[in-house]
Design a protein around this ligand. Structure first.
Ligand SMILES: [Fe+2]
Length: 211
């Protein structure tokens, strides 16, 4: 079984996550130690407050993949797309197929359904990042049902399991993916592994992503 981290800011020197190749390499060893063999690198794009050095993405991904291969880890490039006020929705799809998206915390974005439809029209399947973070979204609410009806995958963070904010979604069996959203924390690979082991039904859904 592949063990996967689907949402991370490990791609060094690109956003406000990991800054150095040295820390990235140290983190690779932690993931390997905990049996996580596939890392999806998802730097922020179109975020209103996080500056992304997009010009570094391709070259740093090449270097990151080389480093990972040396320790038996596979890397996949993607992005965490902020869906805010833009009219044209573009992203770096994960494996050409999935669009990891985040939203403003303060309020539901205007035209959310149209923005997600743009991704569907591009042949992409949306993955809703850290669904537990949004006070305007509730597991039994209309907006969440709209996301499910669109076929969106639902992701929670390890931190959301730790602080229990993800539990209303997990207890209703609405979660497809657990990820660590790692910005450079050496303890998160071990915590991610523990969460994956604790929720085998979610692991089975992650397997069905076929990454
Ligand atoms: Fe993130």
């Amino acid at each position: 079984m592949n063990r996967l981290d689907l949402h991370s800011h490990l791609l060094f020197g690109v956003d406000h996550g990991v800054q150095t190749r040295e820390l990235y390499r140290a983190l690779l060893l932690e993931y390997r130690k905990h049996g996580i063999d596939t890392l999806v690198l998802t730097p922020h794009i179109f975020h209103p407050t996080v500056k992304t050095r997009v010009e570094n993405i391709r070259e740093n991904f090449r270097l990151a993949s080389e480093d990972a291969a040396k320790v038996g880890i596979r890397t996949i490039l993607g992005a965490e797309l902020y869906l805010g006020s833009q009219t044209e929705v573009r992203t770096i799809p994960i494996a050409g197929r999935y669009a990891l998206v985040e939203f403003p915390v303060s309020a539901k974005p205007i035209g959310l359904d149209r923005k997600l439809q743009q991704l569907l029209d591009q042949g992409l399947e949306p993955i809703i990042a850290h669904v537990e973070r949004y006070p305007w979204l509730r597991p039994q609410g209309e907006t969440f049902q709209m996301l499910k009806d669109m076929g969106a995958w639902i992701q929670v963070n390890v931190s959301g399991i730790e602080n229990k904010s993800a539990m209303p979604y997990i207890q209703r069996d609405l979660v497809d993916i657990i990820a660590d959203d790692n910005h450079g924390d050496r303890s998160l690979p071990g915590k991610l592994r523990a969460c994956l082991d604790a929720f085998p039904q979610i692991c089975a859904r992650m397997e069905s992503l076929n990454l």
